[in-house]
Design a protein around this ligand. Structure first.
Ligand code: GLA
Length: 591
């Protein structure tokens, strides 16, 4: 490996020689850590010489005062694996990363205080960033190319020109990054738009561009803003993400390959976004809201060259062929993925969610004299139960706003749903007294645009036909992980009959034996909306709204016998069983 990486007049220079960066995005936080090495190796086999990753702040700091760099969060190990494969690395530590990741990587606990500025020069925001950088940039600095490591460049912020124009903020980030001993070139990236290119960078940063087509025209735009130095497309969008309730996105391999060829023929450098998308496990998916709130699916397959389960796709081969025209590509090809084990798992025990809630098995209850947000309850993801008592006169529930989806129950019986996507705010209630439970799901924090940093839960008060509802009790549901007492109660739960449909909201469990270490695909047909855990790991959300029809279950989570499967079904299921199928079904595509 080289030892010096610089920006030359027309090219990147590696030890003084022109070097075309042919990189692919691979987010360590979207891949099981036991699979990192495999995915990196496959990137090399496609002909890539560099891996790019964001660093997601909220992955490492789920709560204020915590910072974790171990196991699935071991960024140092991820970079070492890239080096071991003989590849280079580009690190993009944000602090904002977008990436269809909850909050665009910015922690909920940071932005719950409305006085904290978002993506601008504001002392509290900058102080938190200083701490975040101090917690992880030293390990990046120690792995820079001039220290014998793989890191050749670091990006500051992300598409900043699409959001703000605060040069002092960008300058403060640069000072902080440099202050932590980052000496490699610092980059900015912005979309193919003159105003954005203008606002998003500073002379201390080398500009790059993001686009998914029309490479020649877009590189010319970048050149106008940066007369000298290498051209780089920091995100060549060779696929796209999926939103619940919409079609599955694909991008034809032939078109992608042609665009890549045009780009490389000009001597430009590239980072394929994504080389391998991976999965939004747990509650980590983000959301977009450009008038309609659209949460991102659990799968982040992205129609990338390497599929969500690490299988080479036709796009892998098409891109490898193009890359081979410009750079040495290893002869070796990755093996196609074998079909996954097919089996049916009966769910044998059930525990109604509200019973678990009443028994205190999902967390402690808090009492309020006003309607709190999720953030007021110091909760940054997942589900919160709001409870209060109503009378027959109340007749209707009307909330300022629901973020993002509320299942409303009266004495445990579902009476309706309020959906942010559906712009719902008001729901008629049965005309009787009882205990009202409003189970609100944060479906993912917005990751792009002005709604970054907004609070979650029920917002702006709750009224009925006759009064404001102010006496609330809340439980922030402890779901990740499920507590041992809850699991024990579920184990003792009611026995389920094989063909009987399930009424939610309910927790159900079953166990199964299978091929240890083999990838599985859990088919969610017949199920409504909910969450799945396997051996204690919260895999993610499923939803009949689609498009995704299967959830990817990484092999390293499975043993040969006694695998424990738990589902939280909010609405209902056709039968208490799940099927594992041979391969992924990411849903119908746009014609
Ligand atoms: C932008 C962002 C990325 C990602 C893509 C879309 O380019 O920089 O983080 O959100 O859009 O997938």
């Amino acid at each position: 490996m080289g030892s010096r990486f610089e920006i030359g007049d027309r090219d990147f220079l590696l030890d003084g020689e022109p070097f075309q960066v042919i990189s692919g995005a691979l987010h360590y936080f979207r891949v099981h850590p036991d699979q990192w090495a495999d995915r990196i190796r496959k990137a090399r086999l496609m002909g890539l010489n560099t891996i790019e990753t964001y660093v997601a702040w909220n992955v490492h700091a789920p709560r204020r005062g915590e910072f974790d760099l171990t196991g699935p969060r071991d960024l140092g190990r991820f970079l070492d694996l890239i080096a071991a494969e003989g590849m280079y690395a580009i690190v993009r530590p944000g602090p904002y990363i977008c990436a269809e990741w909850t909050g665009g990587g910015l922690p909920g606990w940071l932005l719950a205080d409305p006085d904290v500025g978002v993506r601008r020069h504001e002392p509290r925001y900058l102080a938190a960033i200083a701490e975040y950088y101090a917690q992880h940039l030293p390990l990046v600095a120690a792995r820079q190319i001039d220290h014998g490591g793989p890191v050749i460049a670091v990006q500051v912020e992300n598409e900043y020109g699409a959001y703000g124009e605060d040069a002092d903020y960008l300058r403060a980030l640069i000072d902080l990054v440099r202050g932590h001993g980052i000496t490699v070139p610092l980059l900015s990236c912005d979309q193919a738009d003159d105003a954005m290119q203008q606002r998003g960078s500073l002379p201390e940063l080398h500009r790059t561009i993001t686009f998914g087509s029309r490479a020649t025209e877009r590189l010319a735009l970048l050149r106008r803003h940066q007369p000298t130095g290498p051209l780089m497309c920091m995100e060549f969008w060779n696929g796209w993400f999926d939103s619940w309730g919409r079609q599955h996105h694909v991008a034809p391999p032939g078109t992608n390959a042609q665009d890549l060829d045009d780009l490389l023929a000009q001597g430009a450098s590239v980072n394929l976004y994504m080389f391998h998308g991976g999965t939004n496990f747990g509650f980590t998916n983000g959301a977009n809201d450009k008038g309609t709130y659209l949460p991102i699916t659990t799968s982040y397959d992205y129609d990338a060259p390497l599929a969500e389960h690490g299988a080479p796709t036709p796009k892998f081969h098409a891109m490898r062929e193009v890359i081979a025209r410009y750079a040495p590509v290893p002869d070796e090809l990755p093996e196609p993925a074998p079909p996954a084990p097919e089996l049916t798992v009966p769910l044998t025990r059930a525990l109604p969610l509200l019973d678990a809630l009443d028994a205190g098995l999902l967390g402690d209850q808090r009492v309020w004299d006003r309607l709190p947000t999720m953030d007021d309850a110091a909760q940054w993801e997942g589900l919160i139960a709001y409870r209060t008592t109503i009378t027959a006169e109340d007749a209707v529930l009307s909330v300022g706003e629901v973020r993002d989806r509320a299942l409303v129950l009266l004495d445990g019986e579902p009476v309706g749903v309020l959906s942010r996507t559906g712009h719902d705010r008001t729901l008629p209630l049965p005309r009787r007294a009882g205990e009202l439970t409003v189970l609100v799901e944060d479906q993912g924090r917005v990751n792009y645009g002005p709604k970054i940093g907004e609070t979650k839960g029920l917002i702006g008060g709750a009224r009925t036909a006759v009064r404001e509802l102010t006496d609330w009790r809340t439980v922030s549901l402890e779901l990740d992980p499920l507590g041992p007492e809850l699991l024990a109660a579920l184990d003792r739960g009611a026995a389920l009959q094989p063909e009987t449909p399930l009424a939610g909201p309910v927790l159900v469990a079953g166990s199964f034996d299978t091929v240890a270490g083999a990838d599985h695909f859990l088919r969610t047909d017949g199920w409504g909306k909910g969450l799945v855990w396997v051996n204690g790991f919260l895999l993610g959300r499923y939803w009949s709204a689609g498009p995704t029809g299967t959830l990817y279950l990484p092999g390293p989570l499975l043993r040969e016998t006694g695998n424990e499967l738990v589902l939280l079904e909010l609405h209902g299921a056709a039968a208490p069983r799940v099927e594992f199928v041979a391969g992924p079904d990411l849903g119908p595509i746009e014609e």
